[in-house]
Design a binder for this molecule. Sequence first.
Ligand code: BTN
Length: 264
Amino acid sequence: MKKEEIISYLDTAWVARNLVVHEETVSTNLDAKQLAEEGAESGTLVVSEMQTAGRGRRGRTWISPAGEAVYMSLLLRPSCKPEQASALTLVMALAVLEAVEELKPESCGIKWPNDIVMNGKKICGILTEMSVEKNEISHVVVGVGINANQSSFDQEISETATSLFLELGKRVDRSWLISRVMHHFEEAYEEYEKTWDLTGLVDRYNRHLLNKDRQVRVLDPKEEYEGTALGINAQGELLVRKQDGELTEVYAGEVSVRGIYGYV
Ligand code: BTN
């Protein structure tokens, strides 16, 4: 991937207009964080061909070999409260989904809060990291890993991971894909910043939510329970109707959900 190639597709006003492309790096999330600390502007995007220590959620590693996938991190400086910034993960999930939809997949959706899933397997993961000083956001880094053109996966993840290539049967131009994600992100971010929540995006997100109207098991450390997922609210919490009729709001930072009949 060449910087000029990505730029040739970009139609955004400010997102990814400051673009840094590496052949190899430790983690694009770390690069974006460092650039933020050096004063880089909101909208700066770091892309790399490979990562030597890609970071996943819950302290996991994100295996990041060269050549086939997208590894990128977007630096943002939203002027909202720290607790409102976690919704950015869902804004990015929606942007990736909408970019992938342009490729006309048979089935593609979001597993709450931020996995993009095709035929029951994950094609994208998002890791959002925030830096707060004196209760104010100094910056937020939204890291995105998209399985674009891999033709196979290591055994440990092949049960739950797939790629656009494997699902669509054709290779995807990664520079194009990056620019389309940025296009949809910029548009969704404009909605988000009107209210600093998902009020203007809830319906769009819920339309693509694979968990909607499905039975889920909520893995809450205090109490595990099952219920029916109804959709998200404006804060990005998953509304779950428990079997006894009680309605609960599940916060992504605290718990995860599993489908009762598989990964979704
Ligand atoms: C997950 O565990 O689902 C989130 C994975 C996020 C991986 C991306 S790849 C680009 C960016 N840099 C990182 O080190 N992690 C994120």
